[in-house]
Design a binder for this molecule. Structure first.
Ligand SMILES: [Zn+2]
Length: 577
């Protein structure tokens, strides 16, 4: 014990040293939002080049009339991850306009910016001259962003002065006001950015500045900075794109940071508000280029775009059959070979090239995939050849119900649905349950056959017709008051308890003890008509609860569960006399 403790202390000391070696990160980095007003203009492309070189994202409060003139520049801003923002159409003092005129200034500019950002994008607004009042706030319908640093770059047309004015006033959480319509501002601000980066500042869009500090922006309110508050929610993480062959196609899965939405395109086109929203895995035909980004808000609060090319086709998945104890695989072509492996309970051999049918012994499972030069490997396909000689595509030895399903299928109590499909998770219907019981009764001779049935929904010739007649004749199951049996209705666990109980006590003369129900936490949820049956069947161990100690009377019953239950019922039945 002492030794463990001293080891722990040594470990803590080592970790402490690691921590001391790094600057304090808990409160996050120093953040600053650079904003450029009034453009775009003739110097904006040069500014974008400089920002790109430095990996800096900025926010552009644009006049609509200039944005219309420099459409390509606006598109580039958006594409390169800058935030597009609204500075009215032609720079009026909004306090002198009517609500209708203000809205027209805002909306006209929004729809010009929409050409880059996509319809439905949302824009922050900066009122010209920083001039606003409560009426303006009500009319603009967007958060109003002011500034905390004004280096007066419009007044001092000198790059060095602009730079010095920025550096003198820089602070964590600042919103920096600049104007990209002046060449001196482009030079001065890029130079200031270099110095601030060296001081450890991180450059973010306005929207990111407030999001990372955990501050919400509301329409009509004004904001001029986001001072450090001990919070930094961190940058938006790029999503991950993974692929898996499915048939001859690729299934694409995109995973992203919690709380973000993923936007994507499949034809290499740029992403914006109008791009597809990811809702779950989808398949594509190759070749294709997937572009994706994660966003809290596509305009100003999104990750860099991830681009992934899928240039090769996927090999088609092989089709496996087991017939008369031989493994037969379809799907090999001159281009695509199939590799298979056979795993038993004890041994497992490696992947082998499939060339001809392979003799199998029961109790193994086979997996196989297609592969070839210039193809992605196909998904792996499995099939099981059970110890009792069943072929399953959807039941494998690692499942708790494997042995029960194998036995129930081998004895013909529950048959598969053809071609190796057992559908273990499917729910059992009333028609199926009496059919399964009827099969057990035929094995044991526990009850006489029936003579037709009185139900309007049990036609002749269905798989359950004879079983329903038998069940009614022997009082195993009854119908509803409207002369229906509802054979396709899912059977609940308490209904199943009643049917099994009547079969076992009535047809088989089983003497079941009582007192099983009291141990279940949800015993009061069992219907009165089912209490006696549920009590006896749980006391005898035929019906068991879940791991939390609940009987779950209203839940359905899967085919896998039914296999286990019916084998127990069969074990209780008296021998044939
Ligand atoms: Zn302005």
């Amino acid at each position: 014990m002492k030794r463990v403790l001293s080891f722990m202390l040594a470990l803590c000391a080592a970790l402490g040293m690691v921590c001391l070696g790094e600057p304090a990160q808990a409160a996050g980095k120093k953040l600053i939002a650079v904003t450029y007003d009034d453009g775009p203009g003739p110097y904006t492309e040069r500014l974008l080049d400089g920002l790109k070189k430095r990996g800096v994202k900025a926010t552009f409060f644009m006049q609509g009339m200039n944005a219309a003139r420099y459409e390509k520049t606006v598109a580039r801003m958006y594409r390169e991850g800058h935030q597009l923002a609204n500075h009215t159409y032609n720079h009026p003092d909004l306090t002198r306009l009517s609500a209708g005129e203000i809205q027209s200034q805002v909306n006209r500019t929004n729809s010009i910016l929409d050409k880059a950002a996509g319809k439905g994008a949302d824009y922050l607004l900066r009122p010209p001259y920083g001039s606003y009042n409560s009426a303006v706030g009500r009319a603009v319908g967007a958060p109003m962003i002011l500034w905390s640093i004004d280096p007066q770059d419009w007044l001092y047309r000198n790059a060095a002065t602009v730079k010095n004015n920025v550096l003198r006033n820089a602070h964590d959480g600042a919103v920096l006001l600049l104007h990209d319509i002046h060449s001196t501002t482009v030079d001065g601000s890029l130079s200031a950015i270099d110095s601030l980066k060296a001081q450890g500042y991180e450059f973010v869009t306005v929207r990111e500045l407030f999001r990372r500090r955990g501050r919400t922006l509301s329409a009509g309110s004004s904001y001029s900075q986001a001072n450090p508050n001990g919070k930094d929610l961190g940058p938006v993480q790029q999503p991950e794109i993974t692929s898996q062959p499915k048939g001859g196609q690729l299934e694409i899965t995109i995973t992203a940071q919690k709380g973000t939405a993923v936007y994507y395109s499949l034809d290499g086109s740029d992403l914006n508000q109008q791009s597809r929203r990811y809702t779950g895995p989808f398949t594509v035909q190759t070749p294709c280029t997937v572009k994706a980004c994660a966003a809290y808000n596509m305009n100003g609060s999104r990750s860099d775009t991830l681009e992934k090319k899928f240039d090769r086709p996927a090999a088609p998945a092989p089709v496996l059959h087991i017939e008369n104890g031989f493994l037969i695989i379809e799907g090999t072509t001159p281009e695509v070979a199939v590799y298979y492996s056979v795993s038993g309970a004890q041994d497992s051999n490696g992947n082998q090239l499939y060339t001809r049918p392979v003799a199998l012994v029961p109790g193994v499972r086979v997996s196989a995939y297609g592969a070839g030069e210039g193809y992605y490997n196909s998904a792996s396909v499995r099939i099981a050849y059970s110890p009792l000689g069943n072929v399953f595509r959807d039941v494998f030895p690692e499942a708790w119900y494997f042995d029960a399903v194998d036995k129930a299928a081998a004895e013909g109590i529950i048959q598969g649905q053809g071609d190796g499909v057992f559908a273990p998770k499917d729910s059992v219907t009333r028609g199926q349950l009496v059919t399964f019981l009827h099969r057990i009764s035929q094995e044991t001779g526990a009850a006489p056959a029936g003579e037709g049935n009185p139900f309007t929904d049990v036609p002749e010739g269905k798989y359950y017709t004879e079983a329903v007649a038998w069940a009614v004749e022997n009082d195993v199951a009854s119908g509803y008051e409207d002369y229906t049996f509802r054979p396709d209705r899912k059977v609940t666990r308490q209904e199943m308890a009643c049917i099994l109980y009547r079969y076992m006590t009535g047809c088989c003369g089983a003497a079941l003890s009582a007192g099983g129900l009291e141990s279940f936490r949800d015993r009061n949820a069992v219907a009165d008509w089912a209490k006696e049956a549920a009590d006896a069947l749980s006391a005898s161990g035929i019906l068991q609860g879940d791991t939390e100690g609940n009987f779950r009377p209203a839940d359905g019953c899967t085919r896998a569960e039914a296999a286990a239950v019916l084998l127990r019922v069969q074990g209780y039945a008296p021998p044939v006399i």
